[in-house]
Design a protein around this ligand. Structure first.
Ligand SMILES: *Cc1c(COP(=O)(O)O)cnc(C)c1O
Length: 360
């Protein structure tokens, strides 16, 4: 069986060469006689794997020594509570922008720990645009400003980095991390669940400005205390070793592709191709404000929704997998992260063209 093109939103497709390398190293990692899965996280071999991954992600994303890079567990969702527990400090409120399902979840969780001021929301138009920053009602005494640069489910993405006016800026980059260059120095904290653009699930990468460490509330679980995790090199307990190792292979692969700048150009081209096709074809619709369309997750609906099942069956038969939209929104969604080759997008467009011709 040959590999299909997998458009799943997450866990998502990984670079084929990374999987081949992992297979080749599976039984015996570089003459150690062990699989990475079987190694002590404190042994020399794994420590080297872990340190190399951190060095590579720092280089790729341009992360300075003012920031700690943490390899945590519990997915991006556990960060929804970890962030307020650690960053509220002696403040009582935080600002949040609501642009879709993931920001809504982050807001609900933060409300358990403090006052959440929703500074702007695009709920009124079904989360199809990003609220203009001039209209945001931010508060000067907020502990931080949280936003979701790319809403994975809605396919809605910021085309700018908000100006947080000196308040630490916190970003859930789960589905956009390393997809293009980002100026990390504008952020207080960036977090990303690995299973979209970084590696397998089980790992969440947290990039935190060091002056924000050490403010956790007394009742914060030790495992959620950024200071403790930083002081212990993300090995306070047993980390997600295999996911960390695979993330390291993905970082090496990204460097070989020319880094995030080259990746950003490829990703822009892939997205423009697919949106261009959808906009030009009467049969398909994408409802998002063109300025704020995601490069990573491209939702679309068939004008005749009665054809949804036929569309998905035909796609599966061609090895174009996981194109159904999120269960909460329906329709279709093509997730085209870093590891989706341009040929996969071409193949999808070819299929969509033929399907529209036959059924339109
Ligand atoms: C996938 C995703 C999450 C949730 O990630 P988990 O690792 O499943 O908790 C949160 N935010 C965004 C933007 C996502 O894409």
């Amino acid at each position: 069986m040959s590999r299909a093109y997998n458009f799943c939103a997450g866990p998502a497709t990984l670079p084929e060469s990374v999987l081949v390398q992992a297979r080749d190293e599976m039984l015996d990692w570089r003459g150690t006689g062990m699989s990475v899965m079987e190694m002590s996280h404190r042994g020399d071999a794994f420590v080297e794997i872990a340190e190399t991954a951190e060095k590579d992600v720092r280089e790729l994303a341009g992360i300075s020594d003012d920031y700690a890079v943490l390899f945590m567990q519990g997915g991006a969702s556990s960060q929804f509570s970890t962030i307020p527990l650690n960053l509220l400090g002696d403040k009582t409120s935080a600002d949040y922008v609501n642009t879709g399902i993931w920001s809504t979840k982050a807001i609900a969780e933060a409300r358990r720990y403090g006052n959440v001021n929703v500074v702007a929301s695009s709920e009124g138009n079904g989360f199809t645009s990003i609220p203009d920053q001039a209209s945001w009602q931010t508060s000067a005494d907020a502990a931080y400003l949280h936003y979701t640069p790319n809403e994975t489910i809605g396919g809605l993405e910021f085309d700018f980095v908000p100006d947080s006016a000196g308040v630490p800026l916190v970003a859930d980059m789960s589905s956009t991390m390393l997809s293009r260059p980002v100026d990390v120095s504008k952020f207080g904290l960036i977090y990303a669940g690995a299973q979209k653009n970084i590696g397998p699930s089980g790992l969440v990468v947290v990039i935190i400005r060091k002056d924000l460490l050490g403010k956790a509330r007394k009742e914060t679980p030790t495992m959620m205390n950024y200071q403790v995790i930083a002081d212990n090199g993300s090995m306070y307990n047993t980390p997600a070793t295999y996911s960390w190792y695979l993330a390291g292979l993905v970082f090496k692969w990204l460097k070989a592709q020319g880094g995030v700048k080259a990746m950003g150009e490829i990703n822009r081209r892939k997205a423009e191709k697919l949106y261009g096709f959808i906009d030009a074809n009467e049969f398909y619709v994408n409802p998002i404000d063109p300025r704020s369309r995601s490069w990573m997750n491209i939702p679309f609906i068939l004008r005749d929704e009665a054809l949804n099942n036929a569309f998905l069956e035909g796609a599966n038969a061609r090895g174009l997998l996981n194109l159904a939209g999120h269960r909460s929104v329906g329709g279709m969604r093509a997730s085209i992260y870093n590891a989706m080759p341009e040929a996969g997008v071409d193949s999808l467009i070819q299929y969509m063209t033929e399907f529209a011709k036959e059924r339109g």
